[in-house]
Design a protein around this ligand. Structure first.
Ligand code: BMA
Length: 325
């Protein structure tokens, strides 16, 4: 029996499986449907964390001007959300408003007593990672751009390892990026990043053959860091994004212990195969309950809505090992 190392989240959503799949969909999906906020067409690729007995998060919202921004959302049960009416404003250290062209695919991670938000930000017409922080989900502060453009899919580990922060990312191009591997970098202070090495490269298997990118913040288990990521392939009708899983060494996350050759979820439900960008399942956050080993994965579906899927730490780790490449 593997153990999740982390907090107990007794109120997180859960549903028992009705199939043998390693990851199964919530029967009431999608949990966030079209136009959940005024003047916003779609909310997807978003992240939440336990907060004040409920949940709080940062949501990718495509506004009626066709530009993505970040909105705040909260929930008592992790299923029904109330959103801010206006987008989140990040302030710089001198109190000014942080300026950007667009913002998308946020991840939120609690490290010690601070919630860090990392997203893909538009600067000088280029996608670049941006890092910010909040203590209360009311005041948000911009920290830095960890890397030069072009880079996407920034995912911070939820604690320091051997005194260093670790960040996963995917160097990319300025468009739809027909390539991409997951890199790992470290920092003493969240500002200066170095020791960049490639953690995992795109795979031979069709579903992750074009590019891969980190998805949810790694989940700590007694067997290592569970990484749920996305893998993309190219078809004659465009890209298809599936979910993959791997286990990284607990003390040295630069070591991949096992990586699953099978996807753990691929677009099959109507809300994943039909939408603004069909055939996308894009995981951005997972809640993990240490007491029961339950994991709830939030993912963007078809760049249109938010879906929820479940697994347990035992089930997914067994599957990763059974189908390791
Ligand atoms: C990627 C990102 C994601 C998006 C996906 C599918 O490059 O832009 O935000 O979900 O493409 O369109």
């Amino acid at each position: 029996m593997a153990k999740i190392i982390g907090e107990n989240i007794p109120n997180m959503p859960w549903e028992e499986p009705t199939t043998d799949a390693p990851v199964w969909r919530y029967s009431q999906n999608p949990i966030i449907k079209r136009r959940p906020i005024e003047n916003v067409t779609r909310v997807f690729n978003s992240a939440l964390v336990p907060f004040n007995g409920g949940f709080a998060g940062v949501f990718r919202a495509e506004t009626d001007n066709g530009i993505p921004y970040l909105y705040f959302g909260k929930s008592e049960d992790g299923l029904n959300f109330t959103f801010s009416k206006e987008r989140i404003v990040f302030h710089t250290k001198d109190g000014g408003e942080y300026k950007f062209e667009y913002a998308y695919d946020p991840r939120v991670v609690k490290v010690e007593d601070t919630y860090y938000v990392i997203w893909c930000d538009g600067q000088y017409g280029s996608p670049v990672l941006a890092l910010g922080k909040t203590q209360d989900f009311e005041h948000f502060e911009f920290i830095s751009h960890p890397f030069l453009p072009f880079n996407r899919n920034g995912v911070l580990f939820p604690r320091k390892i051997n005194g260093k922060y670790y960040l996963l990312s995917r160097p990319s191009d300025n468009g739809h990026t027909p390539f991409g591997d997951i890199y790992i970098s470290e920092s003493p202070d969240l500002v200066y990043w170095g020791n960049h090495t490639r953690l995992m490269e795109r795979g031979y298997e069709w579903w992750q053959g074009l590019k891969i990118g980190a998805g949810c913040a790694p989940i700590e288990t007694d067997e290592g860091w569970l990484l749920i990521y996305h893998g993309a392939t190219q078809t004659c009708n465009g890209y298809v994004y599936s979910m993959g899983a791997a286990l990284l060494d607990k003390d040295d996350p630069r070591k991949v212990k096992y990586r699953c050759g099978n996807f753990v979820l691929t677009p099959e439900a109507d809300y994943e195969t039909i939408g603004f960008v069909p055939n996308v399942t894009f995981p951005c956050c997972a809640l993990a309950d240490a007491a029961t080993g339950r994991i709830a994965i939030y993912y963007g579906a078809a760049d249109t809505v938010v879906g929820l899927a479940f697994t347990t730490v035992d089930k997914i780790l067994d599957y990763i090992v059974k189908f390791k490449r």
